[in-house]
Design a binder for this molecule. Structure first.
Ligand SMILES: Cc1cc2nc3c(=O)[nH]c(=O)nc-3n(C[C@H](O)[C@H](O)[C@H](O)COP(=O)(O)O)c2cc1C
Length: 180
């Protein structure tokens, strides 16, 4: 059983991340969630807290976090990082080391040897866009396991590749990564 940090970007697929967090917890893992500020506008952090029994983090500059350095403490705690859903914006920040929110700063502070998985989720045209593909290639080179998005109907009404894999599949990927 591992200590996992689930990082959620502002993708419509964040609704599936709640189920994912619940499944990871039910599988026996300790799950802490970090949402980007825009992710937290789509789904309340409190929901992740309810299904994992652990705190969820968004903003280490919040007045109640004064005196803490959440990005460092979370990075020391995490045995595995799973970014799901990874929006195009979050992918860009991670690929460039642009540490401008807790999610992207935390990831930089995680030692390179720890397993890191990333599940892109976006409109098919966005996923195919050259900047996104470039950023994903950079992340692969940096040691990220980039999970293959699903194909089918996307929330925006388009058909194609860009869906977040189902939570059960993501759980399987986490278990596989922990075994290696
Ligand atoms: C309802 C809604 C759904 C969105 N879904 C996606 C998505 O699935 N993938 C994506 O890359 N961007 C999506 N966006 C756009 C991102 O939220 C936007 O680019 C944002 O700046 C990304 O923030 P983040 O980098 O903190 O994830 C969506 C926006 C809205 C309002």
């Amino acid at each position: 059983m591992a200590k996992l940090v689930l990082v959620c970007g502002a993708s419509v697929a964040i609704y599936k991340a709640c189920d994912l967090a619940s499944k990871l917890f039910q599988a026996g893992h300790a799950v802490r969630t970090v949402l980007t500020p825009r992710g937290a506008r789509l789904v309340a952090p409190q929901l992740f807290e309810a299904v994992t029994g652990e705190s969820a983090w968004v903003d280490e500059f919040a007045p109640e976090r004064r005196g803490a350095m959440d990005h460092i403490e979370l990075a020391k705690w995490a045995e595995l990082v799973l970014v799901a859903p990874a929006s195009a914006g979050l992918i860009a920040r991670l690929a460039h080391g642009q540490a401008d929110d807790l999610a992207s700063t935390f990831v930089l502070a995680v030692p390179a040897a720890r397993p890191r998985l990333l599940a892109p989720a976006m409109n098919p045209t966005m996923l195919a866009a050259r900047p996104v593909q470039r950023n994903l290639a950079v992340l692969r080179e940096d040691g990220w396991r980039v999970l293959e998005p699903g194909t089918g109907h996307t929330a925006c009404g388009d058909e194609g590749k860009g869906r977040l894999p189902e939570p059960a599949e993501l759980l399987g990927e986490v278990e596989r990564a922990l075994r290696h």
